[in-house]
Design a protein around this ligand. Structure first.
Ligand code: G3P
Length: 218
């Protein structure tokens, strides 16, 4: 398994509308065999990017509902039909009560969607690890959106998170995110035992996101 880099577009103005597809098309041209790259665009951009590029698309959120009378919801069944391959869940900006999280993960597994469950503390990591997602992303809320990398601010917590998750279920892979903005941060995340990173503003708001990612992959 190659290390994973998830590029979270969030709802940044630099990555919505036609810009969402434009960024995905540019990064789809990057030669890279070292990392698995995933983009996580806004709800409105997912289908077009999944259809028109070869970039792997994850949703930023998913609900626990099947297809049917569920106004305003996102169903894992629909994501599967539009060739979305996974979903971020419980992001600090989109929290999900634990009881729903368990049901969403179950529905995602049924629909062959990878699950990346975010957690901002070790105690939350322990709780979500019991739900057996594919990935757990340690993202301390206070560092999200800033320029202090979680790998520099909280290396010990990352190491503890990897060890704790491995003891609960060695199949779960740990990622980390928040303030990641250089290839050194990515390298440090891997050295600390994670399987990869999530990156938001430093990628989306880069003057040249394609060059930013290329430099990250060197
Ligand atoms: O999901 C990743 C995101 O929350 C990290 O945000 O802007 O600190 O890279 P950022």
């Amino acid at each position: 398994m190659k290390p994973l880099i998830i590029l979270n577009y969030k709802l940044y103005k630099e990555a919505v509308g036609t810009k969402a597809l434009d960024i995905a098309r540019k990064i789809s041209k990057i030669k890279n065999d070292k990392y698995d790259i995933v983009v996580s665009p806004s709800l409105c951009s997912m289908k077009e990017i999944a259809e028109k590029t070869n970039v792997t698309v994850f949703s930023q959120h998913t609900d626990h509902v099947p297809l049917g009378a569920h106004t305003g919801r996102i169903s894992p069944e629909e994501l599967k039909r539009i060739n979305v391959k996974g979903t971020i869940l419980n992001h600090s900006e989109r929290k999900i009560p634990l009881k729903y999280l368990a049901r969403i993960i179950e529905q995602c597994v049924k629909n062959k969607l990878k699950t990346v469950v975010c957690a901002s503390t070790l105690s939350e990591i322990k709780k979500v690890a019991e739900l057996n997602p594919h990935y757990i992303a340690y993202e301390p809320k206070e560092l999200i959106g800033g320029n202090i990398s979680v790998t520099k601010a909280n290396p010990d917590i990352i190491v503890k998170a990897v060890e704790m998750v491995h003891n609960i279920n060695p199949r779960i892979k740990v990622l980390c995110g928040a303030g990641i903005h250089s290839k050194e941060d990515v390298g440090q995340a891997l050295l600390l035992g994670t399987h990869g990173v999530l990156i938001g503003h430093s990628f989306v708001k880069a003057k040249d996101p394609k060059k930013f990612l290329q430099d990250m992959l060197l």
